[in-house]
Design a protein around this ligand. Structure first.
Ligand code: ADP
Ligand code: MG
Length: 728
């Protein structure tokens, strides 16, 4: 059996990089070649249809059926020319990946042949018989009808031989069953609220975009080694494995030179991404061995999120072409860094103004401070909910668990912006000079023009300001960013609406608009001060401090999910039109159920491996030691034999104690699961899995990892960390 390990290690070690040849021409020649973008629309649609479609894309104007018919025809012509044979509605169910059901364009023509068809109706709406997607009980199996509806704001694209049409996924009764529908609603809500606030500073703004620039971290593991690790294959992480003697201590992986096999993989990944119109820009090694990152240039939030989902699919697919498996799990390996997905988020206007960046004039800077303070106020009020939005069974290992930073949302602003806000909070009206004609100095001598130093970074902050954007870093590497961004957008929309009501009230009672704004900002800056933290977010002291400040410090994921259903969250989602109470309840059912299932699978896999890999191997090695002890007795005098076998006897005993412990815990694990599985309520069940099952997994692992250190390496069947992490 252990032979298998050596075989796979050997074959992995010998693998050579597979050279990738880029398509002819430069990147700009093939960028977007697989996307039905405006250029293709212009080419394949008549002028009036093109105009209507761009109106729908840019200004959410609904499309009529006759126009949809013509768009479908144009799209079909393009797709067939590109060699597509199938089409699909591409959507994001609550399972975190994407879903698609492919249909062939070809249909019988009644004369013994086929004809390619793709109607406007098929473009606009389809009914995936999707009763098996999680719905939290919104659709029971008797009424398993939901439909997917075209989202024209994200362009159709071709993956392999299939035309993919991005869609929302909705129940027949109207509730959303995906991430995209509420994300689009949140984008609209923040657009409306932000445009209104922008109008204090000028009337020309018609639309405010939310932008997302994600940074995707991932691990690569050789696929032969991966296949020899059932835990990786079934759960996406190693449930056992002793730390490698060398891992990231030397800090030699980050920004180090990229190994050639990985380099070729990245090259092909980028080519495929560019063809799909994904503007990937940066690639580099990450902190941990075999950990990497890629990031595109930021885009409008909905499109950026589609692109992230596509990248996750491409990562999986292209890794295999290079003999790798990609691990998107937040914590595949204990003891080294996990993977996140920093969500760089900002708002910007259709007139080209970035709202999270300081400007050149006093008025521009007041607008900047207005948006920053409103974001902080929203994040402060909904810090528990934002945490819920990034929480999952997998991300818990990265945030809130034993070796992870605490699960607390706080915001780092850097010293300059902090000074401005401190000053604002402390200032009185008279020493805060905001008359439009005068230079807006924010009353800090020497800073007539705000310049935010973007090198002032704090890597430990979960929601950091980085010069012209906020970086929501707590999002997990495997997550659909939509889950977090729809909460963020909604929270900011709600806050901007309230801000406007308060400012308008002051204006109508006679205050000058800019003074009214500063008044409300001053109050909001004070009220949200608790969310600001520039210190070490990973420290123990911060936990205590955050608790004192009233920030949410809950660490149990199933309990964290309760934040979706508090009155303030329900009010947030309903007042912004992003989700109804019923949808929230249904989604939480799904969240709890997914949590339970993930832990349940881990428990089963660990139980199996403990019983049929670890204990048998440890026992076999122990038996060889026992054999040695007996033989020593045959060779030496009793006293001498005793002395010579003392160490082996210790190991024999150690193995016995540990295997007994593992077996007992594995039995307890089964019993605890039986009890938990009987619980009907999804929340209670998830809590039981968190409280009763997870600690047992940890305890079993501890002893397995100790056994890995003593058992003969020749006998150990599972590839070790030093192999998984260093062969590439
Ligand atoms: P770092 O690793 O230093 O945080 P990267 O360059 O890897 O930075 O990634 C930064 C991401 O932030 C990129 O996707 C980039 O396009 C994005 N970004 C930059 N400015 C903005 C902005 N104003 N709004 C949203 N995203 C932004
Ligand atoms: Mg970053």
């Amino acid at each position: 059996m252990a032979k298998l390990r050596f075989n796979v290690v050997e074959s992995a070690f010998k693998k050579k990089a597979k050279d990738v040849t880029p398509p002819a021409g430069t990147t700009s020649d093939y960028f977007g070649s697989l996307v039905f973008n405006k250029e293709k629309m212009f080419k394949y649609l008549s002028t009036d249809v093109y105009a209507k479609l761009t109106e729908a894309i840019d200004n959410s104007v609904p499309l009529d059926h006759a126009t949809a018919e013509k768009i479908a025809a144009g799209m079909k012509t393009w797709a067939l020319e590109k060699g597509a044979t199938h089409y699909t509605h591409w959507f994001h169910p609550l399972t975190e990946g994407t879903a698609e059901k492919h249909d062939a364009f070809a249909e019988p023509d009644g004369k013994g042949g086929v004809i390619e068809r793709f109607s406007g109706k098929l473009l606009i709406q389809q009914e995936p018989d999707a009763s098996s997607f999680p719905s939290g009980g919104i659709r029971n199996t008797f009424e398993a009808r939901g439909y997917t509806a075209w989202d024209p704001s994200s362009p159709a694209f071709i993956m392999d031989d299939t035309l993919c049409v991005p869609t929302v996924f909705i129940a027949y009764t109207g509730e959303s069953l995906d991430y995209k529908a509420p994300l689009l609603k949140s984008i609209e809500a923040v657009n409306k609220a932000a445009v209104d606030v922008c109008h204090y500073f000028g009337k020309d703004v018609k639309k405010v975009y939310s932008y997302l620039g994600w940074e995707q971290e991932y691990f690569l593991v050789d696929e032969d080694l991966f296949a020899a690790r059932p835990d990786l294959a079934l759960t996406g992480r190693t449930l056992m494995g002793h730390e490698s003697s060398k891992n990231q201590q030397l800090d030699d992986h980050y920004f180090g030179s990229i190994p050639s096999r990985v380099q070729q993989f990245m090259k092909e990944l980028e080519i495929e991404a560019w063809k799909l119109g994904i503007p990937v820009k940066t690639r580099h090694n990450e902190v941990a061995p075999n950990q990497f990152e890629l990031a595109p240039v930021f885009e409008e939030c909905n499109l950026a999120n589609d692109h992230n989902l596509l990248i996750m699919a491409l990562l999986r697919k292209i890794a295999r072409r290079h003999g790798f498996r990609v691990l998107l799990h937040e914590k595949p390996f204990k003891g080294i860094n996990g993977s996140g997905k920093h969500n760089n988020w900002s708002l910007g206007t259709d007139t080209g103004i970035p709202l999270m960046a300081p400007g050149k004039t006093p008025k521009e800077n007041l607008r900047f401070i207005t948006f920053v303070v409103n974001v902080l106020k929203a994040v402060h009020r909904h810090n528990a909910l934002l945490k819920a939005s990034i929480s999952s069974a997998t991300n818990a290992h990265r945030l809130g668990a034993n070796e992870a930073p605490p699960a607390i949302i706080s915001s780092f602003l850097g010293s300059q912006l902090s000074a401005v806000l401190d000053h604002l909070a402390k200032s009185e009206n008279e020493d805060f000079n905001l008359a439009e004609k005068q230079a807006f100095q924010l009353d800090i001598t020497g800073i007539p023009q705000l310049f935010i130093d973007n090198t002032d970074r704090n890597r430990t902050s979960s929601f950091a300001f980085t010069g012209n954007r906020f970086e929501f870093r707590a999002v997990g590497s495997s997550a659909n960013c939509g889950g977090a961004l729809l909460v963020l957008n909604a929270a900011v929309a709600e806050q901007l609406k309230e801000f406007k009501i308060e400012v308008d009230k002051k204006i109508s009672s006679g205050k000058k608009p800019l003074d009214a704004i500063v008044d409300v900002l001053r109050k909001d800056a004070k009220e949200s001060a608790a969310i600001r933290f520039d210190g070490n977010g990973y420290s123990e002291a911060w936990k205590a401090e955050a608790l004192k400040r009233g920030l949410d410090c809950e660490t149990s994921v199933p309990v964290i999910f309760d934040a979706y259903l508090t009155p303030s969250s329900v009010k947030l989602f309903e007042s912004t039109g992003v989700m109804t109470h019923k949808e929230l309840e249904a989604r939480n059912e799904v969240k709890w159920e997914v949590y339970t299932k993930k832990i349940q699978i881990e428990a089963r896999v660990l139980g199996d491996l403990a019983m049929n890999h670890i204990i048998p191997i440890a026992t076999r090695y122990q038996t060889s030691l026992i054999d040695n002890v007996y033989k020593l007795r045959a060779l030496f005098s009793e006293d001498e034999a005793k002395r010579l076998s003392a160490k082996n006897l210790e190991i024999i005993k150690d193995i016995a104690e540990r295997t007994i412990f593992i077996k007992e815990k594995a039995d307890e694990l089964v019993e605890a699961r039986k009890i938990a599985n009987k619980i009907e309520d999804e929340r209670e069940k998830a809590v039981a899995y968190h409280d009763e099952i997870v600690p047992k997994l940890e305890a079993i692992r501890y002893h397995i990892d100790k056994l890995e250190l003593v058992v003969d390496d020749q006998m150990w069947t599972l590839p070790k960390y030093r192999e998984l992490l260093f062969i590439r």
